[in-house]
Ligand binder design. Sequence first.
Ligand SMILES: Cc1ncc(COP(=O)(O)OP(=O)(O)O)c(N)n1
Ligand SMILES: Cc1nc(C(=O)O)sc1CCOP(=O)(O)O
Ligand SMILES: [Mg+2]
Length: 210
Amino acid sequence: MQKHFPYKLYLVISEEACLHHHFLEVAERAIIGGVDIVQLREKNASTKEFQQKALRLKEVLDKYNVPLIINDNLKVAKQVEAYGIHVGTSDIPPTQIREKWKNLACLGYSIEDNKQFNSEEFKTADYLGISPVFKTPTKTDTIIEWGLSGVKKIRSSTDKPLVAIGNINTTNAHQVIKAGANCLAVVSAICAAKCPTLAAEKLRNEIEKL
Ligand SMILES: Cc1ncc(COP(=O)(O)OP(=O)(O)O)c(N)n1
Ligand SMILES: Cc1nc(C(=O)O)sc1CCOP(=O)(O)O
Ligand SMILES: [Mg+2]
Protein backbone atom coordinates (compact mmCIF):
# COMPACT_ATOMS: atom_id res chain seq x y z
CA MET A 1 0.00 0.00 0.00
CA GLN A 2 1.17 3.49 -0.90
CA LYS A 3 2.34 5.52 2.11
CA HIS A 4 1.22 9.08 2.58
CA PHE A 5 4.02 11.43 1.43
CA PRO A 6 2.69 15.00 1.62
CA TYR A 7 6.13 16.69 1.56
CA LYS A 8 7.08 19.17 -1.14
CA LEU A 9 10.36 20.82 -0.19
CA TYR A 10 13.10 18.55 1.12
CA LEU A 11 16.28 19.95 2.65
CA VAL A 12 19.33 17.65 2.47
CA ILE A 13 21.72 19.14 4.98
CA SER A 14 25.29 18.64 6.19
CA GLU A 15 27.38 20.84 8.41
CA GLU A 16 29.96 21.45 5.68
CA ALA A 17 27.40 22.51 3.05
CA CYS A 18 26.19 25.36 5.30
CA LEU A 19 28.30 28.33 4.26
CA HIS A 20 26.86 31.26 6.20
CA HIS A 21 25.18 29.92 9.33
CA HIS A 22 25.39 26.99 11.71
CA PHE A 23 23.59 23.96 10.25
CA LEU A 24 20.97 23.94 13.02
CA GLU A 25 20.17 27.57 12.26
CA VAL A 26 19.97 26.82 8.53
CA ALA A 27 17.52 23.99 9.20
CA GLU A 28 15.31 26.13 11.44
CA ARG A 29 15.29 29.11 9.09
CA ALA A 30 14.58 26.86 6.11
CA ILE A 31 11.60 25.30 7.88
CA ILE A 32 10.24 28.78 8.58
CA GLY A 33 10.57 29.43 4.83
CA GLY A 34 8.70 26.29 3.77
CA VAL A 35 10.91 23.19 4.04
CA ASP A 36 8.74 20.31 5.29
CA ILE A 37 11.17 17.36 5.49
CA VAL A 38 14.91 17.26 6.30
CA GLN A 39 17.63 14.67 5.62
CA LEU A 40 20.91 14.71 7.54
CA ARG A 41 23.70 13.68 5.15
CA GLU A 42 27.08 13.50 6.86
CA LYS A 43 29.32 11.49 4.57
CA ASN A 44 32.52 11.92 6.61
CA ALA A 45 31.34 11.81 10.21
CA SER A 46 31.92 8.87 12.54
CA THR A 47 28.78 7.07 13.69
CA LYS A 48 29.11 8.79 17.08
CA GLU A 49 29.42 12.28 15.55
CA PHE A 50 26.60 11.53 13.11
CA GLN A 51 24.37 10.41 15.97
CA GLN A 52 25.13 13.53 18.04
CA LYS A 53 24.36 15.84 15.11
CA ALA A 54 21.19 13.92 14.34
CA LEU A 55 19.93 14.25 17.91
CA ARG A 56 20.55 18.00 17.92
CA LEU A 57 18.86 18.39 14.54
CA LYS A 58 15.90 16.27 15.61
CA GLU A 59 15.35 18.53 18.61
CA VAL A 60 14.94 21.49 16.24
CA LEU A 61 12.76 19.58 13.78
CA ASP A 62 10.48 18.22 16.50
CA LYS A 63 9.51 21.78 17.49
CA TYR A 64 7.97 22.16 14.03
CA ASN A 65 6.75 18.58 13.57
CA VAL A 66 9.10 18.17 10.60
CA PRO A 67 10.33 14.61 9.93
CA LEU A 68 14.02 13.66 10.02
CA ILE A 69 15.47 11.30 7.42
CA ILE A 70 18.96 9.88 7.94
CA ASN A 71 21.24 9.31 4.97
CA ASP A 72 22.81 5.84 4.61
CA ASN A 73 23.39 4.95 8.28
CA LEU A 74 20.80 2.51 9.63
CA LYS A 75 22.36 2.39 13.09
CA VAL A 76 22.08 6.17 13.51
CA ALA A 77 18.58 6.27 12.04
CA LYS A 78 17.35 3.68 14.55
CA GLN A 79 19.26 5.13 17.50
CA VAL A 80 17.76 8.59 17.09
CA GLU A 81 14.30 7.25 16.19
CA ALA A 82 14.29 9.08 12.89
CA TYR A 83 11.22 9.10 10.68
CA GLY A 84 13.17 7.28 8.00
CA ILE A 85 16.30 6.57 6.01
CA HIS A 86 17.46 7.30 2.47
CA VAL A 87 19.73 4.85 0.63
CA GLY A 88 21.14 4.44 -2.86
CA THR A 89 22.42 1.50 -4.86
CA SER A 90 25.78 1.40 -3.01
CA ASP A 91 24.14 1.27 0.43
CA ILE A 92 22.32 -1.37 2.50
CA PRO A 93 19.55 -2.63 0.18
CA PRO A 94 16.02 -1.47 1.09
CA THR A 95 14.77 -5.07 1.52
CA GLN A 96 17.44 -5.66 4.20
CA ILE A 97 16.55 -2.38 5.91
CA ARG A 98 12.92 -3.52 6.15
CA GLU A 99 14.06 -6.74 7.85
CA LYS A 100 16.23 -4.88 10.35
CA TRP A 101 13.83 -2.00 11.11
CA LYS A 102 10.31 -3.34 11.52
CA ASN A 103 8.45 -0.11 12.33
CA LEU A 104 10.27 2.05 9.77
CA ALA A 105 7.94 4.81 8.59
CA CYS A 106 9.69 6.10 5.48
CA LEU A 107 12.26 4.47 3.21
CA GLY A 108 13.74 6.52 0.35
CA TYR A 109 15.65 4.86 -2.49
CA SER A 110 17.65 6.53 -5.28
CA ILE A 111 16.85 5.65 -8.88
CA GLU A 112 20.01 6.05 -10.91
CA ASP A 113 19.36 3.61 -13.69
CA ASN A 114 16.50 2.13 -15.74
CA LYS A 115 17.50 -1.36 -14.59
CA GLN A 116 16.25 -0.64 -11.06
CA PHE A 117 12.61 -0.37 -12.16
CA ASN A 118 10.29 -2.91 -10.55
CA SER A 119 13.09 -4.67 -8.66
CA GLU A 120 12.23 -5.80 -5.11
CA GLU A 121 14.30 -2.85 -3.83
CA PHE A 122 12.25 -0.44 -5.94
CA LYS A 123 8.97 -1.99 -4.83
CA THR A 124 9.71 -1.74 -1.11
CA ALA A 125 10.64 1.97 -1.20
CA ASP A 126 8.16 4.57 0.10
CA TYR A 127 9.54 7.26 -2.20
CA LEU A 128 12.04 7.35 -5.04
CA GLY A 129 14.89 9.85 -5.40
CA ILE A 130 15.41 10.80 -9.05
CA SER A 131 19.17 10.74 -8.98
CA PRO A 132 20.13 13.25 -10.35
CA VAL A 133 17.69 15.32 -12.39
CA PHE A 134 20.54 17.68 -13.33
CA LYS A 135 24.27 17.17 -12.82
CA THR A 136 25.56 18.90 -9.73
CA PRO A 137 28.95 19.73 -8.24
CA THR A 138 27.53 18.80 -4.81
CA LYS A 139 27.59 15.08 -5.71
CA THR A 140 29.71 13.97 -8.64
CA ASP A 141 29.66 10.15 -8.34
CA THR A 142 26.42 9.86 -10.29
CA ILE A 143 25.77 7.88 -13.48
CA ILE A 144 23.28 9.64 -15.73
CA GLU A 145 21.36 12.90 -15.75
CA TRP A 146 17.63 12.16 -15.99
CA GLY A 147 16.63 15.65 -17.14
CA LEU A 148 13.01 16.71 -17.44
CA SER A 149 12.32 13.94 -19.95
CA GLY A 150 13.59 11.39 -17.42
CA VAL A 151 11.31 12.77 -14.71
CA LYS A 152 8.35 12.45 -17.10
CA LYS A 153 9.36 8.89 -17.99
CA ILE A 154 9.66 7.80 -14.35
CA ARG A 155 6.34 9.53 -13.58
CA SER A 156 4.60 7.54 -16.28
CA SER A 157 5.89 4.22 -14.92
CA THR A 158 5.14 4.52 -11.19
CA ASP A 159 2.65 6.00 -8.71
CA LYS A 160 5.27 6.19 -5.97
CA PRO A 161 6.12 9.65 -4.66
CA LEU A 162 9.03 11.10 -6.66
CA VAL A 163 11.67 13.31 -5.04
CA ALA A 164 13.76 15.21 -7.57
CA ILE A 165 17.36 16.00 -6.62
CA GLY A 166 20.41 17.49 -8.35
CA ASN A 167 20.96 21.16 -9.13
CA ILE A 168 17.40 22.16 -8.37
CA ASN A 169 16.97 25.91 -7.94
CA THR A 170 14.37 28.62 -8.47
CA THR A 171 15.01 28.72 -12.23
CA ASN A 172 14.08 25.06 -12.83
CA ALA A 173 11.91 24.12 -9.80
CA HIS A 174 8.56 24.76 -11.45
CA GLN A 175 9.47 22.78 -14.58
CA VAL A 176 10.59 19.80 -12.50
CA ILE A 177 7.25 19.80 -10.65
CA LYS A 178 5.38 20.13 -13.95
CA ALA A 179 7.35 17.15 -15.28
CA GLY A 180 5.87 15.03 -12.49
CA ALA A 181 7.99 15.30 -9.33
CA ASN A 182 6.04 15.42 -6.06
CA CYS A 183 8.82 16.98 -4.03
CA LEU A 184 12.10 18.86 -4.63
CA ALA A 185 15.25 18.10 -2.65
CA VAL A 186 18.06 20.63 -2.41
CA VAL A 187 21.43 21.08 -0.74
CA SER A 188 23.13 24.25 -1.99
CA ALA A 189 20.06 26.27 -2.97
CA ILE A 190 19.36 26.54 0.77
CA CYS A 191 22.58 25.58 2.62
CA ALA A 192 24.72 28.05 0.64
CA ALA A 193 22.15 30.87 0.77
CA LYS A 194 22.77 33.97 2.86
CA CYS A 195 19.13 33.86 3.87
CA PRO A 196 17.87 30.27 4.09
CA THR A 197 14.33 31.44 4.91
CA LEU A 198 14.07 33.51 1.75
CA ALA A 199 15.70 30.77 -0.34
CA ALA A 200 13.17 28.23 0.93
CA GLU A 201 10.27 30.64 0.43
CA LYS A 202 11.24 31.26 -3.20
CA LEU A 203 11.52 27.53 -3.93
CA ARG A 204 8.22 26.87 -2.21
CA ASN A 205 6.54 29.58 -4.30
CA GLU A 206 7.83 27.91 -7.48
CA ILE A 207 6.50 24.56 -6.28
CA GLU A 208 3.06 25.92 -5.40
CA LYS A 209 2.59 28.12 -8.46
CA LEU A 210 0.06 26.84 -11.00
C1 LIG B 1 16.29 12.64 -1.59
C2 LIG B 1 17.59 12.01 -1.97
N1 LIG B 1 17.71 11.49 -3.19
C3 LIG B 1 18.88 10.92 -3.55
C4 LIG B 1 19.93 10.88 -2.66
C5 LIG B 1 21.23 10.21 -3.02
O1 LIG B 1 21.42 9.03 -2.26
P1 LIG B 1 22.63 8.07 -2.63
O2 LIG B 1 22.48 7.70 -4.05
O3 LIG B 1 22.69 7.00 -1.64
O4 LIG B 1 23.90 9.00 -2.47
P2 LIG B 1 24.45 9.68 -1.13
O5 LIG B 1 23.53 10.79 -0.75
O6 LIG B 1 24.48 8.63 -0.07
O7 LIG B 1 25.80 10.17 -1.50
C6 LIG B 1 19.74 11.42 -1.39
N2 LIG B 1 20.71 11.40 -0.46
N3 LIG B 1 18.57 11.98 -1.06
C1 LIG C 1 22.62 14.36 -2.11
C2 LIG C 1 22.49 14.30 -3.58
N1 LIG C 1 22.07 13.17 -4.23
C3 LIG C 1 22.06 13.35 -5.54
C4 LIG C 1 21.71 12.31 -6.49
O1 LIG C 1 21.80 12.55 -7.69
O2 LIG C 1 21.36 11.26 -6.01
S1 LIG C 1 22.52 14.87 -6.04
C5 LIG C 1 22.75 15.33 -4.44
C6 LIG C 1 23.21 16.69 -4.06
C7 LIG C 1 22.23 17.76 -4.50
O3 LIG C 1 22.83 18.95 -4.20
P1 LIG C 1 22.45 20.31 -4.89
O4 LIG C 1 21.07 20.61 -4.50
O5 LIG C 1 23.44 21.28 -4.28
O6 LIG C 1 22.65 20.15 -6.35
MG1 LIG D 1 23.68 6.73 0.02
